[in-house]
Design a binder for this molecule. Structure first.
Ligand SMILES: [Zn+2]
Ligand SMILES: [Zn+2]
Length: 299
């Protein structure tokens, strides 16, 4: 490996001060800080940050103590390769496509405060909840999120805006999803190692645990890498989803179960006319998602 500016060869086992790969693209190597600086006018034209491969798990057990819903049997997971300069609004839109959500509710991305635990609210939990519901929160109360990335315009969703009070905190930093880019958070040492959760629908609170698993070649589109489990129906909460799957598994469904299936096939905002019979609860079509994602170019 030679220096991209002066071609000096790297000496094995010797790392000079200032030497190393370009922090942005991780591709070009320099023998010194000076070489990197002098090469930047040329290199900047070719320097592109690699994509983030983001694994998203709906209702992940790993953070079960703080989730309203744990989704299993089958789990519902998606893996997307994401352009580094996509905004969080664009990531939200890609996740909506990948999970088959209908975009009828608002969302936010959170970095969890590592200090916050299952018993953080202790004896004050009830009081804390009441104060939050009224939009009044004691700044000294435990903070669940270190950071929230959200779309303030989503205040239009009335039901969700009332729940928004319960998520806000005076010590939680807020950033607008429309102008915050993925690399600005994923490469910020303050947040890069934190646990990130994407919450869709503040009422049902569908929480997706997001993990950057690796980097990949840069692209101008989101790509679906992998996935398991059929997308979950909106507006049913965790128990409703389990009941719906049960209705489809039952050989002789009762009246209530038949009504649930009819609702899913004819009325649900993200339902499916084929329903979930014959193991369709396991079906995930990566190519279909990828085709939908490829319509949109990120620049
Ligand atoms: Zn050099
Ligand atoms: Zn570079």
């Amino acid at each position: 490996m030679g220096c991209a500016a002066c071609s000096k060869e790297a000496v094995e086992g010797v790392s000079l001060p200032g030497s190393g790969a370009c922090g942005r693209c991780k591709q070009a190597w320099y023998c010194s800080r000076e070489c990197q600086t002098s090469d930047w006018p040329t290199h900047s034209k070719a320097c592109v940050r690699p994509n983030y491969v983001v694994h998203a798990q709906l209702g992940a057990e790993a953070i079960a103590w703080r989730l309203r819903a744990v989704i299993s049997d089958p789990p519902v997971e998606r893996t997307l390769s994401c352009p580094s300069n996509a905004t969080f609004t664009q990531l939200h839109e890609a996740l909506q496509v990948a999970f088959g959500w209908a975009s009828t509710h608002t969302y936010d991305f959170n970095i969890l405060d590592p200090e916050f635990g299952p018993d953080s609210n202790g004896d004050n939990a009830m009081l804390d909840m009441m104060q939050r519901a009224m939009g009044k929160i004691n700044p000294d109360s435990p903070r669940e999120y270190a950071l929230r990335i959200l779309d303030k315009k989503n205040g239009d969703f009335f039901v969700d805006s009332t729940h928004d009070n319960q998520r806000a905190h005076p010590r939680t930093l807020e950033k607008p999803s429309r102008s915050t880019k993925l690399y600005q958070i994923f490469e910020d040492p303050k947040y890069g190692d934190g646990i990130m959760v994407y919450t869709y629908d503040f009422g049902d609170r569908w929480e997706h645990l997001l993990t950057v698993t690796r980097r990949a070649d840069p692209t101008t589109k989101f790509q679906c890498v992998d996935g398991i489990g059929h997308g979950v129906a909106e507006n049913v909460v965790q128990t409703g989803w389990a009941e719906l799957k049960e209705a489809y598994r039952t050989k002789e469904p009762n009246k209530e179960q038949r009504e649930k299936m009819q609702w899913y096939e004819r009325q649900a905002s993200n339902g499916s006319p084929q329903g979930l019979k014959n193991g369709r609860e396991h079906v995930f079509d990566k190519d279909e998602v990828d085709a939908k994602l490829s319509v949109r170019t990120i620049n």
